[in-house]
Design a binder for this molecule. Structure first.
Ligand SMILES: [Zn+2]
Length: 398
């Protein structure tokens, strides 16, 4: 057996033991050996390795009526940490995320809208080190970095193919940030990581098939089936913002006419409002509607109708058990949520689908992308299939 094959098996066994303890703790060494089929010697070696790196802790528990104590093992949630990064047009947020999907500590930085990708990544690398130092943490305990951002991302190569908001095109993220930090890096679309976070630790816990729809600076969605993000051929599955709903409609930033997001996205609503009155925020638009300005009511009534239509179309397409609504338009404005509660299921959703799914609101809200990105990095660390691929790759190259 070649050395890298042995290394790989060691790593695979290590992850198997770690995942077992993570999901079924507390467990004794003997139970781990029984459940994995590994020899007690192998289990002991792996456990002491994991223990010495403080991935887990021992607890003593009385296990029998005669009061015998057993040493059981538990994963230490704070010892498996990852870094979640959210990059937006005007801000960067870096958070340290633990195994329970909690942000232990975070740091926010401003970002100029036209900032070059390399400068953004260098600032992230520096910020990350400062944050770890602040918390008295060691880079050894960080299993990787996950990055969530708006745009089309080639997840397998860690490249941003196109991001209108960040102004990046065919930009390598993973390899560059990996060099700068010395840590493994995964990058994905922000709605995909947000959906992952909501699925594991937020509003869609326990759901088998959930769809997250984001109504923010753009409109998009992300589908999770049995815990896995559905990506499509080029990781663009769910880009509903650019589905055409009116071939005679308004010109979209993408160059097409009548895209869904031209009726719902924040910038489009503000642009339309400015044909009548100069405003800069959605708050002003809602204020105008509440003051009885019929032009504002026209814009917003149409937008809310399209939100409801979108939920209905998504339900028809994917037949999910849960639809998670997120983004500024639904999170900040109660009347949008009231409209959805009143009209969506009753009027817009196709009759056979009514009552087959629940509509929930993002509970992680502003933290969702950082948490989801952190979880993405943890998944990378725990992904045996990916490590198998790497091992194959190594074999091919030797
Ligand atoms: Zn478009």
């Amino acid at each position: 057996m070649q050395k890298h094959d042995q290394d790989f098996i060691r790593r695979k066994n290590r992850i198997t033991v770690f995942e077992l303890i993570k999901n079924s703790s507390p467990l004794s060494r003997a139970e781990i050996a029984r459940l994995t089929g590994m020899s007690p010697t192998t289990v002991s070696r792996i456990v002491s390795e994991l223990h010495s790196q403080s991935f887990m802790r021992e607890i003593e528990q009385i296990t029998s009526s005669v009061g015998r104590k057993a040493v059981l093992l538990q994963v230490n949630p704070r010892s498996v940490l990852s870094v979640g990064v959210e990059i937006d047009k005007s801000s960067i947020r870096i958070g340290i995320v633990d195994l329970d999907g909690k942000i232990i500590s975070d740091k926010q930085m401003e970002r100029a809208g036209n900032e070059d990708a390399l400068i953004t990544l260098e600032r992230i690398a520096k910020g990350l080190l400062v944050l770890l130092e602040q918390e008295g943490l060691d880079k050894q305990n960080v299993v990787g970095v996950g990055v969530g951002l708006p745009g089309i991302v080639d997840y397998s190569t860690g490249t941003v193919l196109f991001s209108a908001q960040l102004g990046w095109k065919r930009t390598e993220i993973s390899s560059v940030l990996q060099k700068l930090t010395g840590l493994e890096v995964a990058v994905d679309n922000e709605l995909k990581v947000k959906a992952l976070a909501e699925h594991l630790y937020g509003s869609a816990r326990g759901s088998k098939r959930s769809v997250l729809i984001g109504f923010g600076s753009g409109v998009g969605s992300s589908l999770i089936i049995d815990g896995e993000v559905y990506r499509g051929e080029t990781n663009s599955a769910g880009e509903i913002g650019h589905t055409v709903i009116d071939p005679n409609g308004i010109l979209c930033e993408c160059g097409k006419v009548g895209c869904l997001q031209t009726y719902i996205a924040e910038a489009s609503l503000i642009e339309q409002a400015n044909k009548v009155k100069p405003i800069t925020t959605l708050e002003e638009l809602f204020q105008a509607k509440n003051n009885g300005d019929f032009w504002a009511a026209n814009i917003l009534d149409r937008a809310m109708t399209f939100v409801a239509v979108t939920v209905s179309n998504i339900a028809c397409m994917y037949n999910p058990d849960t639809v998670i609504l997120s983004g500024k338009l639904v999170e900040r404005f109660a009347e949008v949520r009231e409209f959805i509660a009143e009209k969506c299921m009753g009027q817009f959703v196709w009759e056979p689908l009514r009552g087959t799914f629940q509509i929930v609101y993002s509970t992680l809200a502003g933290d969702g992308v950082v948490i989801g990105s952190g979880l993405l990095a943890q998944n990378l660390f725990l992904d045996i299939d990916r490590q198998l691929e790497q091992a194959d790759h190594l074999t091919l190259n030797h």
